[in-house]
Design a protein around this ligand. Structure first.
Ligand code: GTP
Length: 545
């Protein structure tokens, strides 16, 4: 089964992921912190709100306590003790002026009202609407606060504080003072709750006594089932709830100690959640812009890195093609270093190539390069029908210089030979050192007579005396073999062999000569020059001179 190649991605893609990998976990962490903080804040708000409801309950209790104290004082009236109800009625009216209550009434054990400040003394009075509370007072001998009831005389919803009026240990009367819900509404309003919070007072049966909104519709109605259930099980607490008009709230409540009433506040969840969403949205927006900014930065950076790396492709290919390597300064230190390495590699390669193709002593092209150039020129000659000449040059008497004056002098001599050769041939011609004291030149677009002229001139020039320091060398000469294309051969090997052979023939004819290679003269494998060839050469050269 073929292995699938791993997908490679560019610098931009990698950097984009790097940014995501940094920013997204940070976003998750911040979101977690915000939600945790929100929960903590919410819990604190609930705790604070429980204290608020408790404080509100205390305020209400204090209010009712004031009424109760006034009633207790009145219950000890001498008129009541002596049964002078007419005078007591008058007294009650007096007390009512200083008591923050609606009316004062007096009942017997059956709730039959005996006096009522709203009616003149002696008027026919109905049984009190607060019969349950009156009975409770008679039964317990203690004061009590009623639930909401419809006043039998005033015919409107109200509550009452009822205290016992005792004769000895026995409860003789129940003395009550009515309190209108409006007064409790004013107490709620004074609490300074946030405007969107809902506050309400429920009586022991869970009916609305007052509420800071829509009380006209809700007065006397029962609160939501969830809240009533919870209120029944505990004096104080909180719950997630829906108000009677369907608003989702966190409801916090606390029960009064003086009455069975419960003070509750509802914090709309929408408001709490809005705060959470506001924070989350803020984080999301800030994160979005951070992400956008860093992604743009990463994209830009990735592009610069990619461009800096791509810019090395050209120099690398130029290096491979042995062309001139040009590396522009880049955005990155690292790519600059790689660029420098490519330039250095190009230099090394050029140096190596030069060494591979040139003679280290004279700096002339060596045999390898000479052969390559001949191959190229042969192709051109074949194509355009041009002729060319290869001159094979060997010094005469060179060995003795080495032997007599040492190798160093021999080297200096070879340098002078190279210089003379280069000076004598055209710039378009090629001079090469093939090895030892063997040189060669390639003369382009040259016919037989032109080649003869050059060969003759070179024999003469190379055979002139050499001065190396104080040493005068007068015995050095040169022998040259000339092979013409296409007459002497049509391929490189034949031409070189025949030029070499012609050079040997020139040497055999007495040195300091040149000789043309002829097609019919076959070079022998051995160095021995046949007599016949040498004789022919002598003849040929003479005719050439
Ligand atoms: N100084 C020096 N000598 C070299 C170098 N390469 C080869 N040689 C010597 O050059 C000599 C060439 O030998 P020959 O061609 O027989 O010398 P020659 O005296 O010119 O002989 P003929 O060609 O027969 O005239 C040898 O002694 C080599 O050791 C070099 O780079 N420097």
């Amino acid at each position: 089964m073929p292995l699938s190649r791993p997908v490679k991605h560019g610098a931009r893609y990698r950097l984009t992921w790097l940014v995501m990998a940094c920013v997204l976990p940070m976003l998750a962490l911040i979101t977690f912190i915000v939600i945790d903080q929100y929960r903590h804040d919410r819990e604190q708000l609930i705790q604070k709100s429980v204290l608020t409801t408790r404080a509100m309950a205390l305020t209400i209790d204090k209010d009712l306590g004031g009424v109760e104290t006034g009633l207790h004082a009145l219950a000890n009236s001498q008129y009541l003790k002596t049964g002078n109800l007419r005078a007591f009625h008058q007294q009650a009216k007096e007390v009512l002026r200083h008591l923050d209550a609606g009316n004062i009434y007096l009942t017997d054990a059956n709730g039959q009202q005996l006096i009522h400040t709203e009616r003149p003394y002696g008027a026919d009075l109905p049984v009190t609407g607060s019969l349950v509370t009156v009975r409770k007072v008679f039964a317990s001998g203690d004061s009590a606060v009623s639930d909401l009831f419809i006043g039998a005389i005033v015919r409107r919803p109200l509550v009452a504080v009822v205290v016992p009026a005792k004769r000895g240990d026995k409860v003789a009367y129940a003395l009550g003072a009515t309190v209108y819900p409006e007064r409790l509404s004013a107490t709620l309003a004074r609490q300074g709750l946030p405007p969107d919070w809902i506050a309400a007072i429920y009586d022991g049966g869970g009916h609305f006594i007052t509420r800071n909104r829509d009380i006209d519709k809700l007065l006397g109605k029962r609160g939501s089932a969830g809240l009533r259930e919870k209120m029944a099980s505990t004096r104080e607490g909180s719950l997630e709830n829906r108000t009677i008009d369907g608003t989702p709230v966190i409801a916090i409540f606390s029960r009064s100690t003086r009455s069975d009433w419960t003070i509750a506040i509802g914090i709309p969840k929408a408001k709490l959640n809005a705060e959470l969403w506001r924070r989350v949205a803020l984080i999301a927006i800030v994160t979005f812009f951070i992400l956008l900014g860093t992604l743009a930065l990463a994209w830009n950076l990735g592009g610069k890195i990619a461009r800096a790396i791509h810019a090395l492709i050209g120099p690398a290919l130029a290096l491979g093609r042995n062309e001139q390597v040009i590396v522009q300064p880049s955005y990155l230190k690292e790519t600059d270093e790689v660029g420098k390495a490519i330039e250095r590699a190009a230099d090394i390669l050029a140096h190596t190539r030069h060494q591979a193709y040139h003679d280290p002593l004279t700096g002339l092209p060596n045999r390898t390069l000479f052969n390559e150039i001949i191959a190229q020129q042969l192709a051109l000659c074949r194509r355009y029908g041009d002729s060319m000449a290869i001159l094979y040059i060997d010094l005469d008497g060179f060995k003795s210089v080495n032997d007599t004056h040492g190798h160093a002098v021999g080297d200096l001599l070879l340098l002078q030979v190279a210089a003379r050769l280069e000076l004598e041939v055209r710039r378009s011609d090629l001079v090469s050192r093939l090895g030892g004291d063997e040189f060669a030149t390639l003369l382009m677009n040259t016919d037989r007579s032109g080649a003869a002229t050059v060969a003759e001139k070179l024999v003469e020039v190379l055979s002139a005396p050499y001065q190396i320091g104080s040493i005068s060398l007068t015995h050095i000469s040169a022998s040259i073999g000339v092979a013409m294309y296409p007459e002497a051969g049509k391929d490189i090997e034949t031409l070189l062999q025949r030029a070499d052979y012609a050079m040997y023939l020139a040497k055999a004819a007495g040195k300091r000569h040149y000789a043309f290679a002829e097609a019919e003269i076959r070079p022998d494998v051995s160095d021995e020059v046949p007599e016949q060839d040498a004789a022919q050469l002598a003849h040929t050269d003479k005719s050439a001179y």
